[in-house]
Design a protein around this ligand. Structure first.
Ligand SMILES: [Zn+2]
Length: 157
């Protein structure tokens, strides 16, 4: 009789500990997700998404765009198949108009056009493609924008 009571006591204690652990996990996960991305800002990008659809001829439906604090030199991410884009808050704040557009087109190139590899081709001192490994200068994007759009359209599936 005494023994059974002790067992029950231990069981209750363990259950509470498990529940408390689960609760903490949920709270930490929510904090992490919030800190990482917050609420999507896709609406702000509607004009740019429409321009992309017109330029490239594909739908961007289902795309979700978030501002995030990306680590290291990374200024944008999109994992093929997810259509979730993270743009680095600081980069976006200071980037020029053409560089912003180029970054968004690059990430859409990954997650809408399913382009998996980065292009290494260069021409006239600029990356030949928007799908280069690193960001180009504002001047490159401005001067060759039409060529960049044509190239991306040709690569887009
Ligand atoms: Zn990329």
């Amino acid at each position: 009789m005494v023994r059974k009571e002790v067992n029950n006591g231990v069981q209750v204690k363990i259950t509470i500990q498990v529940l408390r652990g689960t609760l903490w996990a949920i709270i930490l996960m929510m904090l992490y997700l919030y800190g990482c991305s917050g609420t999507p800002v896709t609406k702000t990008f509607d004009p740019m998404l429409q321009e992309f659809e017109k330029d490239i001829g594909v739908s961007t439906k289902g795309t979700k765009i978030y501002f995030a604090d990306l680590s290291g030199q990374k200024v944008g991410t999109c994992y093929v198949g997810t259509r979730v884009i993270h743009l680095d808050r600081d980069y976006w704040k200071y980037a020029g108009e053409w560089s912003r557009k180029a970054l968004l087109y690059h990430e859409l190139g990954h997650c809408v056009c399913n382009i998996l590899i980065h292009s290494k081709e260069r021409q006239l001192g600029c990356d030949f493609s928007l799908m280069g490994k690193a960001m180009e200068t504002e001047r490159c994007y401005r001067d060759y924008w039409d060529r960049y759009v044509r190239d991306l359209k040709a690569r887009c599936q």
